[in-house]
Design a protein around this ligand. Structure first.
Ligand SMILES: Cc1ncc(COP(=O)(O)O)c(C=O)c1O
Length: 445
């Protein structure tokens, strides 16, 4: 039996009324991918104000790897609410912060002593990782990549690549940030065979870096091992190995932004595990606390300890309720075998999308690690001209049929899937059936 139950057309009258009020009360700069208003969610299914049940392939942009309202997360948060809501970790200690830090230290890759600090969001984790790296190295330059997304604060948007909508009109940007090309294999013009990355030769990489920045003044490299907002592009392994070697040899801190890739999304706890590298610092947020706002920086103890007392922190950073939720997420991931489920889910999604690509020439590429899967739409497979409009039409067609779905990519032509990893097989299949039917509509109609 279908889980999608449409009580009204979408958006229904209730949603339309909320959206109208939203327009009057909220600045237009805050975007809205799907013009509906939700009242509840359970695992991968959400219900809107009109009583429509929709399948959620957007997962709060990757914050819900363990699903909407995982029972263990709800129970842990409620239990913490009954005891201590907040105190501020800079004023007094509380055990959940310490235990959650110990657990993240143990989970992060790397056989060396680690420490963790908590913050409120992804971008705050990135900002703090850069602060820590600068303090540790006593250097200021930061390398980042084209197509990257690292958040919306001044430094976060400086590190972010895409101008519209993230940066337009918001300059001047932070100094000492240098951007390098990301190895986007599908759009790379090199003629090397697949699997031998043209950007991996160390000499040419060093020359490229040296043309932007003083090699002795680089504090950190910030990278997403698979681009998130930039279009779900995984970095080739040989490029990552080369980059890790470059960082090691030049004393540069390797900051691995796992905010979207982390917590099982790629079929491993962290994407870094696919590459066999142990980053110096890892930033996490999104699915870390099952939907509650929490971010973290985890990394080598001697780097994390560099900054002076009082140099790091934040009033709400490491809120006890969010931390209780995060520990329940870590428990649930082990108990529900979420990582293995994510790996199987990825195979299922890739299988369906690859079969679809055989029938639709508009699908230029199907890619992604684990369940971090996407398809890139093109108007011509030979020229790879991005089909941005089609991606938008498809997204709207899916919504009308009861499937929440997000686009991504510098060219706006990537359709990405961030469904909870705990989703039931029947629900995934139903969502994929909708996607298939909507694609037919969007390409024929
Ligand atoms: C890779 C990556 N880094 C940083 C961020 C910023 O996180 P937040 O929106 O929680 O500040 C995001 C958000 O999408 C992200 O995907």
């Amino acid at each position: 039996m279908s889980v999608i139950r449409l009580a009204t057309e979408i958006p229904g009258p209730g949603s339309r009324a909320v959206i109208e009020r939203r327009q009057r009360a909220v600045p237009r700069g805050v975007p809205l991918a799907a013009p509906i208003a939700l009242v509840s969610g359970e695992n991968a299914v959400v219900t809107d104000v009109d009583g429509n049940r929709l399948i959620d392939f957007a997962g709060g942009i990757g914050t819900l790897n363990t699903g909407h309202r995982h029972p263990a997360v709800v129970a842990a948060a409620k239990d913490q609410l009954d005891r201590l809501i907040h105190a501020c970790f800079q004023v007094t200690a509380y055990e959940p912060y310490v235990v959650a830090a110990e657990r993240l230290n143990a989970l992060a890759p790397g056989d060396f002593p680690k420490k963790t600090m908590f913050v409120n969001s992804g971008v705050e984790a990135v900002e703090n990782a850069v602060k820590i790296a600068r303090y540790h190295t006593k250097r200021s330059a930061v390398l980042c990549f084209e197509h990257a997304f690292h958040g919306r604060t001044l430094l976060g948007m400086t590190l972010t690549s895409k101008v519209m909508p993230y940066k337009k009109g918001f300059g001047p940007f932070a100094p000492e940030v240098y951007r390098l090309p990301y190895p986007y294999c599908y759009r790379c013009e090199c003629t090397r065979p697949l699997g031998s990355c043209c950007r991996a030769p160390r000499g040419s990489f060093e020359a490229l870096v040296a043309s932007h920045a003083d090699l002795d003044a680089i504090a950190a490299v910030v990278i997403e091992l698979q681009l998130g907002e930039g279009g779900f592009v995984p970095a080739p392994p040989e490029f990552v190995t080369m980059l890790a070697g470059f960082c090691r040899d030049h004393g540069v801190v390797l900051i691995d932004d796992e905010i979207q890739t982390g917590f099982g999304r790629t079929g491993r706890m962290f994407a870094a595990e696919h590459y066999g590298v142990a980053p110096d610092l890892i930033t996490t947020a999104k699915s870390l606390a099952g939907g509650l706002p929490l971010g973290a920086v985890t990394g080598r103890a001697e780097i994390m300890d560099a900054a002076h007392v009082g140099g790091l922190g934040g009033t709400f950073a490491g809120n006890p309720v969010a931390l209780a939720a995060a520990m329940a997420v870590m428990d649930a991931m082990a108990h529900d075998q979420v990582i293995a489920r994510g790996e199987r889910l990825g195979e299922r999604l890739r299988g369906r999308l690859s079969a679809l690509a055989q029938r639709h020439a508009t699908i230029g590429d199907v890619r992604g690690l684990g369940a971090m899967v996407a398809m890139e739409l093109v108007s011509d497979r030979a020229t790879k001209a991005p089909a941005k409009e089609l991606a938008g039409t498809l997204q709207a067609a899916c919504l009308r049929r009861g499937l929440l779905l997000l686009t991504a990519g510098t060219f706006g032509n990537v359709v990405r899937i961030l469904v909870p990893l705990t989703v039931e097989d029947a629900v995934v299949d139903e969502g994929m059936d909708v996607l298939e039917a909507a694609l037919l509509d969007a390409t024929v109609g």
